[in-house]
Structures are given as C-alpha cells and as structure tokens.
Design a protein around this ligand. Sequence first.
Ligand code: GLA
Length: 395
Amino acid sequence: MMENEKEILTKMQVEFNARFGEQKTRAYFSPGRVNLIGEHTDYNGGHVFPCAISLGTYALVADRPDGKTRIYSMNLADKGIIEFGMTGLVYDKACDWANYPMGVVRAFEEAGYKAGHGFDILVYGTLPNGSGLSSSASLEVLTAVILNDAFGFGLDMVEMVKLSQKAENTFVGVNCGIMDQFAVGMGRKDCAILLDCNTLEYRYSKIALAGASIVITNTNKPHSLASSAYNVRRAQCEHALNELKEVKPELNALGELSNEAFNQLAGAISEPLERQRARHAVLENNRTLEAVKALEEDDVVRFGKLMNESHYSLRDDYDVTGKELDTLAELAWQVEGVIGSRMTGAGFGGCTVSLVKDDAIESFKKKVGQAYQERIGYAPSFYVANIADGTHRVI
Ligand code: GLA
C-alpha cells in the first residue's frame, strides 16, 4: 500500500527538524517514469512513449543564509548529511548520491544561473532503488525545480530538463539520452508523452485503458554494471550511423529511417553486430509510432502485440534483456488477461512493464511471482502504476 502524500510530508518534517533544526520548509515532488514503448531510441534520434508515475522523490527545503548546502536522504541514512558549496563544483566520490544534485547546481552555474545561497534539504524516495524507474533523473529535475523556484530564474521545464540531462552526461558521466529527464519533468496525469528525441517536439496522449492497468514488475536483480554496456550500445549505433552516412550523407539519425529505407541501406554497415543494433533502433522507432497510433485508435490489443515485439527486438537484436527480464516477460505472456509485456528502461535488470486486465492482476502477480521465484531464486515486486504529473512544488 502506497503511503499518502500528507503522511509522507508529516513524517519528513519530523525528520527534517531532527536533522537540521526546526525550520519552515517548502515541499516538492518529482516522479519516476515508466516507458511504455520506444526503448534505446532516444539517443538514436527516434521516438519514445513514457509517462511519469506517482512513485518518485520528495524534498523538504529551507534556505540557508550562506553558500553551503546540506542534504540528507531518509533512504540512505547511512550516508548521513552530505555538504557541498554552490559554486565551482566538481564530481566528488565521497559525496556519493549527492553528486546528482551537485551536477545540476553546476550545470545551472555554467549556463549563467548562479545560486545566491545554499539550502538544507531532506529527501525521501518512494521509488524502489536501482530499479530503472529513473530515480536519478527524478532527483536531478527535483534539484532544477528547487533552484528555479528559489532564485526566480524563470526557466521553463524543457530548459530544466536539458540542464538535468547535461548534469548526468558531463558531471555524473552517464551518457544517457533525454527520455528520463523529459518524462520526469514534463509528465502529465493520465497521459503518456510521445516525444521526438531528434527535434524535442512532443504531444500528450491520454492513456485510458478500459478495464486494464499498467503493471510494473521489478526483477529485483542486484544492481548490474549497466552503464558500460549502455555506452557500448550507443557507440555501436553511432558507428553504424557513420557508415550509413557514407552512402546517404544527408542522414542525421537512425530515427529518420523507415524500415524499407533501412533494409535497402543496411549493407553499408560492415559489422553484422552493429547492423543488428541499428536495426533495433530503426524498427523500434517505427514500432513506437505504430503503437501510439493503435492506442489512439483504441486498439489496445495491437499496442500490446507491439510491446511484445519490442521485447523480442531488445532481446535478440539489441541484447539488453538478460535472464531475469526475459523470464518475467515470458511468464507474463502466458498469463490470461495480459495484453502485452516488455522490459522498460535501459535493461540488463530493472523492470518490465505489462498491460494487464484489471480482473487478471491478482492471478498475474501470483503466477508470475511464483514461477519467477522458482526459476531465479528470489521474488519480484509488483506495482500498479498511476500516471502522474511532472516535477512540481507541493506546498
Ligand atoms: C536509460 C537512459 C535513457 C534511455 C533508456 C533506454 O533509461 O537514461 O536515456 O536511453 O535507458 O531507452
């Protein structure tokens, strides 16, 4: 059972007073995200279709008169209060998780938005840790909104999203695309976002699944070294694109190609493995557009089939699933009432997303849960997702 927001904030204020002394605070919330379809397409200039979810990160914030920030996470109590300044920040391993907010402070400063003072900040997250539901993007955009609000910089959300991605790329050193920060910042209740990552054009699409829900299943796989494999996939796609450009110089991104155009050109990619990676990027992008069209025409069954195809492609061509995610997807496909199921996020571990008929959710949890436990040796966790608004001030 999810705690309600009021209870969470009350509990946080007690903890805030204990850590930092009694002060009046502002409260903020930043969601996590789940991607419905369009995986590993963002950095290939393709489309994604994520939504923000009601699990996320809360912050209570009080201004400090000096240039110091003290930050504490109730989820990572063993790390204690972490302190940092507000100018000239560089990555500091000793600051652990606080490098995410530090990176955003730095990205703001480099863009000319200098923080005039520091803060006392208490953070509490309801996202399962390391589950691939974007807890880091949630924290980054949260920091951006706190800064924008405190200093009246007047940045719009898309600018804050870009600065948050920059923090992750250049400060934390993870070469992610823009999907996660965009979904977190720009999320809208009951809607998914169709985002063209090439142009940043986007539109909202109402998710009204008559009699069905979005169920997130966490593999609970202990944290894997996903970021190095992620960067390898990126490099393979970039190399494939460069070879395609030799025969089609006007091409900017794999996301610009139709499936037919790709099939005609694919021979220009010399490495079979890179051809396979590029094929995923192209087909997944076009599949995403087809899936959104199906959903908007109320063809949920077609949408579900395309979700399954997305998983096959991520498993066979992109090779980012692994036995835990494959087991969850395969088990889900066997349960009556499951419309579609696939891995979501970067892969390697983390979560699947499934569309499940409401009257089948209990049997889904039971059947998938038991069989997964038998095959993998530990249990998965289930969350029925509520689609939420993007990062905002609560009070
Ligand atoms: C991670 C990255 C995103 C995106 C997905 C895969 O979540 O942060 O930018 O590339 O993986 O779709």
